[in-house]
Design a protein around this ligand. Structure first.
Ligand code: FMN
Length: 312
């Protein structure tokens, strides 16, 4: 047992990050059944769709699972009410101020974790009363911090500032990566990209196949003026870069982005004009496999790597 496995009552300190258009109940329950902590990603769900996923997840697993709530999306109050109503016990908040919902959720007996990209915000989250912090480096897929702090530097800096359990995210897809961040001070890991390329991910097969084709250097953090996001360099990404060359206003960028780009790319499989969110570690992801195998392989490699470093 370590701080993370005992906080969530799970077998392995591996959390599957909430991911819009990827992490419905099928992925979350598969991860939880395999001994990790699965999270339903509420960010791409209408409130009633979220309710349905929570109910299906309860049927698909008797293990703990949680919901990820990115606070930048609308309908937050409705989403929070559904989470409470359905008796969800674990909530990961992201993309917003941890003060907004933490004490309210804690009063309802919910374990609250907040995702940050700097030690300043890790400290703010601790002050807001969260139970643990996810510190996410610049390598990560999805929305990200503007400062471009890498996981390798972020984890020890956050560790220096906070006393509550620390979960590392960004660039972790293997047991070796997991061991590395735990040596730096993390108590557990949150993994996104690796699980996006899983059998149970709800994303389109076109997107999953593209993830395994991404090579080193195939992604870039962009759209910092709106909400910084790491994207695969497809035509849509190139359109954004072309617009940047013309010194656009945030309004111009918003107009180009339009509505539902992420859904179009990741859920509907439009590889040309869709927004394809993935982390740098995609360069190390070479297959689509069941979530249980991802976890098993990570833990096997973790144990082997531990033996190896003992000889250093
Ligand atoms: C496709 C995709 C969608 C994501 N959506 C969300 C989200 O809705 N909420 C959130 O807090 N993080 C989101 N993330 C971040 C993940 O939860 C996780 O922290 C991150 O992927 C970890 O880095 P990695 O991709 O290098 O494993 C997303 C990541 C990806 C790849």
């Amino acid at each position: 047992m370590n701080k993370i496995t005992s906080l969530f009552n799970i077998k392995y300190p591996i959390i599957q990050g909430g991911m819009i258009w990827n992490s419905g109940y099928k992925l979350a329950s598969a991860v939880s059944n395999a001994g990790g902590l699965g999270l339903i990603g509420a960010g791409s769900m209408y409130p009633e769709v979220l309710r349905e996923h929570i109910q299906k997840c309860k049927k698909a697993t008797d293990k703990p699972f949680g919901v990820n709530v990115p606070m930048l999306y609308p309908n937050i109050e409705e989403i929070i009410n559904i989470i409470i109503d359905e008796g969800v016990k674990i909530v990961f908040t992201s993309a917003g101020n941890p003060k907004t919902w933490t004490s309210f959720l804690k009063e309802k007996g919910i374990t609250v974790i907040h995702v940050v990209s700097s030690s300043k915000f890790a400290l703010k989250a601790q002050e807001a009363g969260v139970d643990a912090v996810v510190a996410e480096g610049f390598e990560a897929g999805g929305h990200n911090g503007r400062e471009e702090t890498t996981t390798l530097t972020l984890i020890p800096m956050v560790k220096e500032q906070i006393s509550i359990p620390l979960i590392a995210a960004g660039g972790i897809a293997t047991g070796r990566g997991m061991l590395a961040v735990m040596v730096l001070g993390a108590d557990g890991v949150q993994v996104g990209s690796r699980f996006a390329a899983s059998t149970e991910s709800s994303s389109h097969d076109n997107f999953k196949k593209t993830i395994i084709e991404v090579e080193e250097g195939g992604t870039q953090l962009t759209l910092k003026e709106l909400a910084p996001v790491r994207l695969i360099k497809n035509k849509f990404y190139n359109d954004v870069q072309e617009l940047y060359a013309k010194c656009p206003t945030p309004e111009d960028l918003k107009t180009l982005l339009g509505r539902a780009r992420a859904k179009r790319g990741m859920f509907e499989g439009d590889l040309i004009d869709g927004e394809l969110e993935i982390g740098q570690i995609a360069g190390l992801i070479h297959d689509i496999k069941p979530a249980a195998n991802i976890i098993e392989d990570m833990m096997t490699e973790f144990e082997i790597a531990k033996q190896e470093v003992a000889h250093l």
